[in-house]
Design a protein around this ligand. Structure first.
Ligand code: F6P
Length: 531
């Protein structure tokens, strides 16, 4: 596609220029290179993107038939074409957006009926003697509600919620040790109701509840598309909340998988969360070109990863309660776009989804920011920060937090040149060759790109907007790369091999020639060293 070559040429011409020079040349750059909704602003002016680059990126999106694919997604077409499924997590937050058709049937009555059942059940649990809710799930059946529950902890007015995901017995043992089985509700969250980690933890929780005076017959609920399997497990249909296969696991927090969140924050706040997602959907569908937040976030990503060749991106929320956002985005982005095969079956001629990582600021500053500032690799950084915190009595903490966030993106862009470093070294009393050596260590190359997403306050509506923003960003990047962002074949092989290795690890089957020598030796070590 010629747009890719245009972008590569633009990169070759501009790669050595300073971002600060772009500000000198355009006094309005901060405004010109920001996009926003009514209450949210994405500033991408601290990147090397200029008007020509942006025009070429927008042309790339147009040439990829983004609008056609976007409309196909929202209209219920089976765009997950390796599983022949529609992709309609947006229907879960389409509170008053009209019908959504799948195979000629409007799915909205079913969506709204399930939401109403969730509301009634959440109210019932909140009014009951239940003190603790344990959500057992993994991947998309854990990361979304766990991240959102932490993000919205100031809104918690229901029972405490806990999340168990890992098959490592330490996870469930440490969680259950804190709880009273008589006042605990266990929610088994699994789209397929076959995931080995979740089913193993669910059976362990059921045995614990029986042994400690609880009643699994009334204190278990299930969130799943597989209602036959929830019945086999013994969960009454009245406490089973189903959803359809057009909701992907990593996109499922908006529906039944969000039940633990709804119980914690209450149906009204959950409703506001859905409204935030719906508002971002409307923005994504109607905002033009450079005004469109998910589109611009995606194009910045394509520029940095596919054109500039930066292999990773750091997500840096200056918001302690968004501490799990990087882990959530790792699944959302890397399970969606971490693929080498394109929709048409061909191998991608370019790198696909980047490595996504990060941690909450300011903690990261005292851990890995050294590499971001002075390492040899360029790491595009994505900062997130709220104008206001939830602790008015600690407003000075929040101001310090914001100052740190802004300081980091400024430092990354400006850097510190050798002359300034020499002045600092001289002020410390160094002279001659030692001054030069000391100064070299104090140089910051700068010119390191970042974006900043700023919003008024991390409330349910805003969190809904943020999650939907990233979902659509992943969608846009997937369309431009020609990838189906909604399957996950890459998780299958490991699952299959774990199933066949389990009897070998258990000692029920001999390690055979089918094992590679490394695996066979590790199994032998295990057998020799366990009690
Ligand atoms: O890891 C693969 C995966 O299928 C994810 O896509 C999914 O979110 C997770 O496992 C959990 O699946 P389930 O909800 O079916 O238990």
């Amino acid at each position: 596609m010629t747009q890719w070559s245009t972008l590569s040429e633009l990169h070759a011409k501009t790669r050595d220029r300073r971002i600060t020079d772009l500000f000198d040349a355009d006094p309005n750059r901060a405004e010109d290179f920001s996009a926003g909704t009514e209450n949210m602003r994405l500033d991408y002016s601290k990147t090397n993107i200029d008007a020509d680059t942006r025009a070429a990126l927008l042309a790339l999106a147009r040439a990829s038939d983004l609008v056609g694919m976007r409309d196909a997604m929202f209209s219920g077409a089976p765009i997950n074409d390796t599983e022949t499924r529609a992709v309609l997590h947006t229907a879960l937050r389409n509170l008053d957006g009209g019908p959504v058709m799948v195979d000629g049937t409007d799915v909205m009555p079913g969506v709204l009926a399930t939401l109403e059942r969730m509301r009634a059940y959440a109210e019932e649990v909140r009014a009951s003697t239940i003190t603790d809710v344990v959500n057992i799930g993994i991947g998309g059946s854990d990361l979304g509600p766990a991240m959102a529950a932490q993000a919205l902890s100031p809104y918690h007015d229901g029972p405490r919620v806990h999340f168990v995901s890992n098959v490592d017995g330490a996870d469930i043992a440490d969680t259950l040790a804190l709880l009273d089985a008589k006042t605990t509700l266990v929610i088994v969250a699994s789209k397929t109701f076959t995931t080995i980690e979740t089913m193993t933890n669910a059976r362990t929780a059921r045995a614990w509840m029986r042994d400690h005076g609880g009643d699994p017959a009334t204190q278990f609920a299930a969130l799943s598309t597989a209602e036959d399997k929830t019945a086999d497990f013994g969960i009454d249909a009245a406490r089973v909340f189903g959803f359809e296969d057009w909701v992907g696991g990593r996109y499922s927090v908006w529906g039944p998988i969000g039940l633990s969140l709804m119980i914690a924050i209450g149906p009204r706040a959950f409703h506001a969360f859905l409204r935030g997602g719906q508002a971002m959907d409307t923005h994504f569908r109607h905002a033009e070109g450079a005004e469109n937040l998910p589109l611009m976030l995606a194009l910045v990503g394509i520029w940095h990863n596919q054109i500039c060749g930066h292999a990773t991106r750091a997500v840096l929320p200056y918001d302690e309660r968004l501490g799990q956002l990087p882990a959530y985005l790792q699944q959302l982005e890397m399970e969606s776009n971490g693929k080498g095969t394109r929709r048409d079956g061909s191998h991608s001629p370019r790198d696909t989804g980047p490595v996504v990582w990060g941690a909450a600021g300011t903690n990261g500053q005292h851990a890995f920011y050294q590499l971001i500032h002075q390492g040899t690799r360029v790491i595009p950084c994505e900062f997130l920060v709220a104008a206001e915190g939830h602790e008015p009595e600690l407003a000075h903490h929040h101001r310090l937090l914001v100052a740190n966030c802004l300081a980091q993106s400024k430092a990354l862009m400006q850097g510190r040149d050798l002359d300034a470093a020499r002045t600092i070294a001289a002020s410390k009393g160094f002279e001659g060759a030692e001054l030069e050596r000391q100064a070299a260590h104090r140089v910051f190359p700068g010119n390191r790109p970042s974006t900043t997403l700023i919003y008024p306050k991390l409330d349910p509506f805003t969190l809904g907007q943020i999650i939907a923003l990233y979902e659509h960003r992943v969608f846009v990047e997937g369309v431009i790369l020609g990838i189906n962002s909604f399957d996950q074949w890459g998780v299958e092989l490991g699952k299959e091999l774990a199933t066949s290795l389990q009897p070998v690890v258990d000692g029920e089957e001999e390690s055979t020639d089918a094992q590679d020598p490394s695996t066979a030796a590790l199994v032998a070590y295990l057998h020799a060293h366990r009690a």
